[in-house]
Design a protein. Structure first.
Length: 226
């Protein structure tokens, strides 16, 4: 599988792949260098997956199985000013779909950090400071540096007009961590228990179990990548 074929799964991304050149290798985390230097896709895959923390995999068990069984290759690249790992999966229908995992060295603690489950905190600090597909904000966990409250993202830092009047959680206290690529937003809040996520759709706020919802979101992308 060549770089062009992988890049085709990430059409909206400007992505440069890293080879074995010493100058390029110096740009990536030390623990990723064996991945960049290996010529064997299976070795690259195994090396990348060995970096994942067990707690996060346990949080998303269906996707963890798919990642292990359907990941064909992992390549090192540079995009958005960060080193990334690109995970290429083959669906049951033979389509290719990729996830982009950012260098944990780019991690910056987001607002409401205490609301993140411990396994997700470890993942973002130590494995990938953002793991997404389709867009930079969808089908995974967005880069913490790109997260914001619904109020901030809507450009109403004092609160979305009409939102704060009801019984919903304040738009200033809902941190968007990912989306389904459409209108459904996944948010954490200090007004929810740790381990819960708010599904926000057209103003409706529905608290759910974090791991189950994230697992289903990841699986939805694998099932229908187009």
């Amino acid at each position: 599988m060549g770089p062009e074929e992988i890049a085709a799964t990430l059409e909206d991304w400007s992505l440069a792949f890293v080879g074995s050149d010493a100058g390029e290798i110096a740009l990536i985390p030390e623990k990723w260098r064996p991945i960049a230097q290996s010529a064997d896709p299976e070795d690259r895959r195994r090396a990348a997956l060995s970096l994942w923390n067990r707690g996060f995999l346990d949080l998303v068990p269906e996707f963890a199985e798919v990642l292990d069984a359907h990941c064909l290759d992992v390549r090192v690249g540079i995009t958005d000013g960060s080193a990334v790992l690109v995970y290429v999966l083959e669906t049951e229908d033979g389509e290719l779909v990729s996830w982009v995992g950012y260098d944990p060295g780019t991690f910056e603690e987001p607002e409401f950090w205490g609301c993140f489950p411990a396994a997700v905190q470890v993942f973002l600090r130590e494995v990938h400071a953002g793991f997404v597909s389709g867009s930079r904000y969808a089908f995974g966990v967005a880069r913490p540096v790109a997260m914001g409250t619904l109020a901030e993202l809507a450009d109403f830092p004092e609160g979305i007009p009409g939102w704060e009047d009801g019984s919903r959680i304040s738009s200033k206290r809902l941190l968007q961590i990912t989306t389904d690529g459409g209108l459904l937003k996944f948010c954490l809040s200090p007004d929810l228990a740790v381990g819960q996520v708010a599904l926000v759709y057209e103003g409706d706020v529905d608290p759910k179990e974090f791991g189950q919802e994230l697992d289903e979101l990841l699986m939805s992308r694998f099932a229908e990548p187009s």
